[in-house]
Design a protein around this ligand. Structure first.
Ligand SMILES: Cc1cc2nc3c(=O)[nH]c(=O)nc-3n(C[C@H](O)[C@H](O)[C@H](O)COP(=O)(O)OP(=O)(O)OC[C@H]3O[C@@H](n4cnc5c(N)ncnc54)[C@H](O)[C@@H]3O)c2cc1C
Length: 487
């Protein structure tokens, strides 16, 4: 039994683990990646020779954090394992058992007195005609392939969306020799008023902002067209993408003109991120809808305790706010959990961690405001024929028809039960935002009012046979006299 199990070895998880270990806790960190770093500092497998970590500009602390984490003998790490759910021990209500799965080693459980959810975020999916064609990818997905596997798309690429990650990915591709045709942003070029409002983000981030400016200059020099107020309305092709339809939009991202087509074999989408909250949902944590901060985020108190006893949260599940804030929250969570388990933690340490969070928040609030997706306009890109749920092949037309015939339905889970949206292997990660916006538009209500999909163990697809591991864990637990486990 560990004092603390942490799910996620990104900036939040790494910083929490080191802080908790500094205060005498036994810590296990579980991450489905092969190495520490999380999404932003993702590293190639160790077997890749010559792999050197180049942290994103502006995050000079990352190399040292990863080095300390990887070399710390006090930490137990389980890389390559996915947390698929959490079971409660009725005999010891404070104790939790985390069910973890490995593609080759099956399923087992790890016991811990406290749990920290530091599961990060994932690319916000947007449905429009052709979005399921081979060749359409997300910006985070392309970045992952380049960073972790050194694989880049072959052929002409168009990037479209509304998030600065698009610029980083375009730069990565151009440097790799990939022909990037165009980067289309739904936003306008910032006005002087926008710039004034963004000034709060400048202190401490000059290097990052300068690097972003340098990327735009590099792209333009290489002949990449950067188009503001432009949105992708369709991807065309039969077996694979062959053309991208782009159209001008107004400030609310509503299409204002006839679309034009750009020939390309790949479309890279980057509209921002959704907080990764499925584990928190499965455990029963309270969530709240906060669009600029990544949709559904986990509620918590000032010490990052969730509504479920013993379960804490840090990093992007509390709101998508960048690596600085994730790292600062990880430190606060590590201190909070140590204090919760009776370790002495000086109040000065808490004050220092809280200062770190406040500083990071000044930047992230500006970024969230500037790059908030206009979800209603994105929802309207899907036509009746567009697939919204790609696992169960449910079209927008099927959802619209159901909502028209069932005027009292106003909740996404009711849509899920009737239309099967969100019932497939991705458990709604791809379609929840689409279903939410379609429902909101049909009922003329705010998106958050439609609620969210629930999540059940296993939160990630695993072979049915692997779940046998959970039976034996439960039996072991019963024979130990520690009582039955329940999801
Ligand atoms: C694909 C992608 C690329 C990004 N690239 C950049 C970038 O280049 N620059 C930038 O500024 N920001 C980037 N971001 C935003 C970035 O996520 C954050 O700023 C930062 O990494 C957040 O740190 P974190 O610790 O909160 O979460 P993350 O860094 O996302 O770490 C979460 C970790 O949890 C693990 N995990 C999640 N669920 C499970 C589970 N069930 N079981 C086991 N492990 C699990 C993941 O594998 C991951 O390693 C990216 C985000 C994504 C999704």
């Amino acid at each position: 039994m560990f004092d603390l199990a942490i799910i996620g070895a990104g900036p939040a998880g790494m910083s929490a683990a080191l802080t908790a270990a500094d205060h005498g806790l036994t810590v296990v960190v579980i991450d489905e990646q092969q190495r520490a770093g999380g999404q932003i500092f993702r590293q190639p497998p160790e077997a890749f020779t010559g792999s050197v970590l180049h942290p994103t500009a502006g995050y000079g602390w990352a190399t040292e954090l990863i080095r300390r984490f990887e070399e710390d003998p006090r930490l137990t790490t389980e890389f390559g394992w996915s947390a698929i759910g959490v079971l409660h021990d009725d005999a010891e209500p404070g104790d939790l058992c985390v069910a973890i799965n490995h593609p080759e080693h099956g399923t087992r459980v790890i016991g811990a007195r406290r749990l920290l959810i530091a599961t990060g975020a994932y690319d916000l999916p947007v449905a429009f005609p052709g979005w399921t064609l081979p060749g359409v990818m997300t910006a985070g997905g392309v970045q992952t392939l380049v960073k972790a596997q050194r694989i880049a798309p072959v052929g002409d690429v168009v990037l479209a969306g509304a998030h600065p990650l698009l610029l980083l990915v375009a730069d990565l591709l151009v440097r790799d020799g990939v022909p990037v045709r165009e980067v289309a942003f739904a936003q306008s070029i910032p006005t002087p008023t926008d710039m004034l409002r963004a000034l709060g983000a400048v202190p401490g981030h000059l290097r990052m902002l300068a690097e972003t400016g340098a990327i735009v200059a590099r792209l333009v020099r290489k002949g990449v067209r950067v188009s503001p107020r432009t949105i992708v309305t369709a991807a065309h092709g039969t077996e694979h993408v062959s053309g991208i339809e782009l159209a001008r939009v107004d400030r609310q991202w509503r299409v204002t003109g006839a679309p034009r087509e750009v020939a390309a074999s790949h479309l890279v989408l980057g509209y921002g991120f959704s907080a990764s909250t499925e584990l928190a949902r499965q455990i029963g944590c309270e969530l709240a809808f906060d669009s600029p901060r990544g949709g559904w985020v986990v509620e918590h108190d000032e010490r990052l305790r969730t509504s479920v006893p013993g379960v804490f949260v840090a990093g992007e599940p509390t709101g998508v706010a960048g690596a600085d804030r994730s790292c600062a929250e990880g430190a606060l969570a590590g201190l909070g959990i140590a204090a919760d388990l009776g370790r002495p933690v000086p109040s000065a340490k808490f004050a220092e961690a809280e200062r770190g969070i406040r500083k990071a928040t000044r930047f992230s609030t500006v970024v969230q405001r500037m790059f908030e997706p206009v979800r209603e306009a994105l929802g309207d890109l899907a036509t009746r024929e567009t697939t919204i749920c790609r696992c169960e092949l449910v079209t927008r037309g099927a959802i619209d028809d159901f909502l028209e015939s069932s005027p009292f339905v106003s909740n996404v889970n009711a849509v899920k039960l009737s239309c099967r949206t969100g019932m497939g292997p991705c458990q709604g990660r791809y379609c929840e935002s689409g279903v939410g916006t379609v429902l909101a538009s049909a009922r003329d209500q705010p998106i958050g009012l439609g609620g969210r999909f629930s999540a059940h163990l296993p939160i990630k697809p695993v072979p049915v046979g692997d779940l046998r591991g959970l039976d034996s864990a439960a039996e072991q637990s019963a024979s130990d006299g520690t009582g039955p486990l329940r999801p």
